[in-house]
Design a protein around this ligand. Structure first.
Ligand SMILES: [Zn+2]
Length: 131
């Protein structure tokens, strides 16, 4: 049983917002954000445990996670309507205490477009090329 931290918006989110869970396995989940901020899709890939780094017994790093075939396939389907999506580290956002990535399209009229341009991108998903 994973320890939940009171007041953390990511702890227990899969149970609280089942309608926004697009993928879930033992360790990770893909959650559509409640506020899409003008994007067609905007999701978080979260570790279902309240720690700021992925424990070494689960994986090596973010690229290991995004290369997991099931997760990759889901991201490709979620963003299949567009050409590119970007993966950003969650630690620049509002919930730095629980490991997550933010993944969004590049809609220029979105509320957070400037913020996205100002945040380091871990990976660009070129949807049509992404295998
Ligand atoms: Zn948490």
């Amino acid at each position: 049983m994973n320890k939940r931290v009171e007041g953390c918006p990511l702890c227990g989110i899969c149970e609280r917002e089942p309608e926004n869970v697009l993928y879930e396995d033992e360790h990770f989940a893909i959650i559509r954000t409640a506020n899409l901020k003008g994007h067609h899709e905007r999701v978080m890939l979260i570790l279902k445990r309240h720690v700021s780094d992925i424990p070494p017994n689960i994986s090596y790093d973010f690229s290991w996670v995004t290369n997991t075939p099931d997760i990759r396939q889901h991201l490709k389907e979620i963003f299949g309507y567009t050409y590119k999506a970007v993966i950003m580290e969650g630690k620049y956002g509002s919930y730095p205490d629980q490991w997550h990535l933010c993944i969004t399209d590049l809609e220029p009229d979105s509320e957070d477009h400037q913020q996205i341009l100002g945040t380091p991108w871990l990976e660009i998903i070129d949807i049509k090329e992404w295998k």
